[in-house]
Design a protein. Structure first.
Lengths: 152, 698
């Protein structure tokens, strides 16, 4: 049996060891936030936090998160109680198709947790593993900076 | 029959476009679809404005056959014109109908009634509402010839920036995409693609598959069905190892692609695009230049996906296709069945920039689901399929000759644009154009792609006719009839090459004339809106007072998209290091009436960043058998560290027609970056992408 903490709640399920965490999150655990993009750690669409660190859920075996704390975009906030990053992304209208945003939001959350007032270059560096094809990058950079100011 | 605005002309009943519900809601049912561009927000604004109800009361339903109006394909930066124009007229007509009924019922003249958030107020107070009267029979009529949309000065919702209606779901990770559909009992499917284009499946060794996965085969179409995604992936991997293919070399040598384009052009279909012969001074000198771009990929962040379910002879498909009716038509041709047996329902996918794999994967899901009648089947492409098998934007070549008179003015222009066709969209040919249709046991041919008519903007020659004042002109194009790599529409179509080639020649002609590139363009332009965007972008970027910096350069690019759509002018600043980086972009756009100005800015910026990515990085790579750039390392796109800062100016013209925003800025950005490279390095790029390798050949 595999047990870990997902978005603040304990979960236990029976899964083969080699199944990717992304499949577990989107399959039996019913989440939609972590997105499949490439399956090869090259786009960041599936990014989640494992013990606070950004990890590509498409290649992390589910077994590797046993006993750990996993946070997805659903765990950051809700429409009723948004995370400052989610509020800032909405305020800046930072997105077009939005497929990349789940991963970008969790990477930004990890950045702000370790560096509450990042320079723009630090935001760019933290988001470097993430691809956005619609060209919303500048709005995303502004939104992360705005969230940092809100949280300060 | 009277002519009605936009696609109302071909879908004439008001009830096809909107419904009013007693609980205080309005649904609109456009046939255009959300591609990540924000169109459903725009269309909702238009409906709310004309009905005079709060935006929150409007719900835009995703398009579906057979009930949505057939608005063809969501493409060409035409949705605000075609669907917005229709909804503006339809909703204004609906307002007049309800107003007339209420006026008659209470005996108040219509002019004495005002509407506030759907409540009708007479001189003495409220006298009714859409909701109290909600009677769909009132809208079950043909749209009248006349409707009185609200005048620019009266508008309260249109022309204001409003938040995108779809964005909250996307920042909270909600199940919004077709990828997120979870239907009861749903199975997961994956395709096993051939190792080469045109390969035939000649052997399939028997053997067990994990977890009771099932094989689906029709000719060379091979797929697996399983209960979960990971079981489907594992089964596909195992099945691929058992498949034997017969393959041969069908692709040109990539290193000799330009030579191949010239050879194939000799066998192609040559036609005139534009010709003009007005009195002109004699030519004093002639510039002869050639420009080339490689095949380009859509490179959407999500692989294409669809969900299909068979019920007897009927099938229902959930898809992120741009054209639900067109897809339905090609599915019916492939299945050799009545289109009425097929229901196509749109659900959002990741960003769509043209004819990508969305339609292809819908057929794949239908084929896979046929093996599990009554069961929904979700088929997701792999990243390798998305980057390796979706249609590509074709490689192109343009030869330009420009004559200058003794004063350095342009007096003659001859060009020849060589390319495969830029459209193999479904729904337009007697035979289906869907990828796997050519792989079936009873296969359909893969025909060479076509070009949309010039009246619709053209394909390869899109924006190939300079807007500059040139008295003698001859523009020709050759559509290739050999198509080793399947091609179709991608943002801008031929404009990405043609605008750059025209603007590059303008820069070079300006230099020969001893003129500033901006001044030289202005002196060849009569169109006041073209002049306005160029002046505006020059002000924004401080063009006139700019100071040259070692290693940096600025360039300018301009186009009116399709020569009939939005105007955009772009200035780029590049830095030449070990490779070229685009540091800043300044953009001025004129899209006519901007319904959601922030949405327009978002589109203009996104298109420009897409253009910067194409300019600096993008090139489909292939060997003699297949596309090899089928992963992100092989097909890099612009990343956060490389994205330029962008400043934008929108010239809003509320009294003018809508023109569409999605494609206007991309090609001028490529041209501006090329100009910046010339200023920084003194060389003129001749080949995309502008990498150290191609610049070394310039």
């Amino acid at each position: 049996m595999l047990s870990f903490t997902l978005n603040g709640a304990a979960v236990t399920l029976d899964m083969p060891d080699d199944v990717a965490l992304l499949h577990v999150l989107r399959g039996p655990l019913g989440l939609s936030g972590p997105r499949f993009g490439c399956g090869n750690e090259q786009c960041g669409a599936c990014m989640v936090l494992v013990d606070g660190e950004p990890r590509c859920a498409c290649t992390v075996p589910a077994a590797a998160v046993a006993g750990k704390v996993v946070v997805t975009v659903e765990g950051l906030g809700t429409p009723e109680a948004p995370h400052p990053l989610q509020a800032a992304f909405l305020a800046e209208q930072a997105g077009q198709c939005g497929y990349c945003l789940s991963g970008i939001l969790v990477s930004a959350a990890a950045l702000l947790a370790r560096n509450p007032m990042p320079e723009e270059s630090a935001i760019r560096a933290a988001l470097e593993p993430h691809l956005c094809r619609c060209g919303s990058h500048n709005r995303i950079l502004r939104a992360v900076a705005q969230a940092a100011r809100e949280m300060a | 029959m009277h002519r009605l605005p936009g696609n109302l002309n071909t879908n004439r009943r008001l009830s096809q476009w909107l419904a009013i519900h007693p609980e205080g809601r309005v649904t609109i049912t456009p046939g255009k679809v959300e591609l990540g561009q924000g169109i459903l927000t725009t269309l909702s604004q238009i409906a709310a404005e004309e009905l005079e109800v709060d935006l929150a009361r409007i719900e835009a339903r995703p398009a579906a056959t057979p009930d949505s109006p057939d608005e063809g394909v969501t493409s060409g930066s035409l949705s605000t014109q075609d669907s917005g124009g229709a909804l503006r007229h339809a909703c204004a007509a609906a307002r007049a109908i309800f107003l007339g009924v209420i006026a008659q019922r209470v005996g108040v003249p219509p002019e004495a009634i005002r509407i506030e958030d759907g409540i009708f107020h007479g001189p003495a107070g409220p006298i009714g509402s859409y909701w109290s009267l909600a009677d769909q029979a009132l809208l079950d009529c043909e749209a009248p010839a006349e409707a009185r949309p609200r005048a620019p000065g009266e508008r309260r919702i249109v022309g204001r920036s409003v938040p995108r209606l779809d964005l909250p779901d996307k920042v909270f990770g909600a199940a919004r995409y077709v990828h997120d559909l979870r239907l009861p009992g749903m199975l997961h499917a994956r395709v096993v693609r051939p190792p080469a284009r045109g390969a035939r499946l000649v052997a399939l060794r028997d053997g067990p598959l994990p977890d009771d996965a099932r094989v689906v085969r029709d000719g060379s179409f091979l797929a697996v069905l399983a209960a979960t995604e990971w079981q489907a992936e594992a089964a596909a991997t195992r099945l691929a190892a058992r498949a034997g293919w017969e393959a041969e070399d069908t692709l040109p040598e990539q290193a000799l692609l330009i030579d191949w384009l010239r050879e194939a052009a000799a066998r192609g279909e040559r036609s005139s695009v534009a010709s003009r012969a007005e009195p002109a001074p004699p030519a004093a000198q002639t510039l002869r230049r050639s420009f080339h771009r490689p095949y380009l990929a859509h490179a959407s962040i999500a692989p294409s996906c669809a969900v299909a379910r068979w019920d007897g002879d009927a099938v229902e498909v959930f898809t992120h296709s741009q054209g639900p009716y067109n897809l339905r038509a090609d599915l019916a041709k492939t299945l050799r069945c009545d289109p009425a047996l097929i229901t196509v329902r749109h659900r959002e996918g990741a960003g769509c920039y043209g004819h990508n794999g969305a339609d292809d994967v819908a057929l794949d899901a239908v084929l896979a689901a046929r093996a599990a009648p009554g069961t929904p089947v979700r088929l997701l492409w792999s990243r390798a399929e998305e980057l390796g098998w979706a249609p590509f934007s074709p490689a192109m070549l343009a030869d330009v000759e420009a004559d200058l008179d003794a004063a350095g003015n342009l007096v003659g222009w001859r060009s020849h644009i060589v390319s495969n066709g830029h459209s193999s969209r479904p729904g337009r040919d007697p035979e289906p154009t869907l990828l796997s249709a050519s792989m079936l046991a009873a296969p359909f041919p893969v025909k060479p792609s076509i070009n949309p008519a010039m009246a619709a903007g053209g394909g390869a020659p899109r924006n190939g006719v300079p807007l500059y004042r040139i008295p003698v002109m001859g523009v020709e194009t050759t559509r290739l009839l050999d198509m080793p790599i399947r091609t179709s529409a991608l943002r801008g179509l031929g404009a990405t090459l043609n605008v750059w080639s025209i603007e590059s020649v303008m820069d070079e002609a300006a230099a020969l004339a001893g003129a500033d590139p901006l001044d030289y363009r202005l002196r060849h332009l009569d169109d006041p809106r073209a002049i306005a965007v160029l002046r505006r972008v020059a002000d924004l970027a401080g063009w006139a007072g700019r100071v040259r910096r070692e290693g940096f350069g600025m360039g300018i690019g301009f186009a009116r998209y399709k020569n009939t759509g939005a105007w955009a002018a772009v200035i780029a600043e590049v830095e030449a290091l070990d490779r070229i980086l685009c540091r800043r972009l300044w953009i001025a756009g004129d899209v006519g009436e901007a319904v959601n100005p922030d949405g327009v800015l978002n589109q203009l910026e996104g298109g420009a960043i897409h253009g910067a990515s194409v300019a600096l990085l993008e090139e489909v790579r292939f060997d003699r058998r297949s596309v090899t750039s089928d992963h992100w390392e092989g097909y890099p796109i612009l990343r956060f560290s490389e994205v330029p800062k962008v400043d934008l100016a929108l010239i809003d013209r509320p009294e003018e027609a809508f023109l569409g925003a999605g494609e206007a800025s991309m090609a001028p950005t490529i041209a501006a970056i090329a100009g910046g490279i010339t200023e920084a390095l003194g060389i003129r790029p001749r080949q995309l992408p502008f990498t150290p390798e191609t610049l070394a050949r310039a």
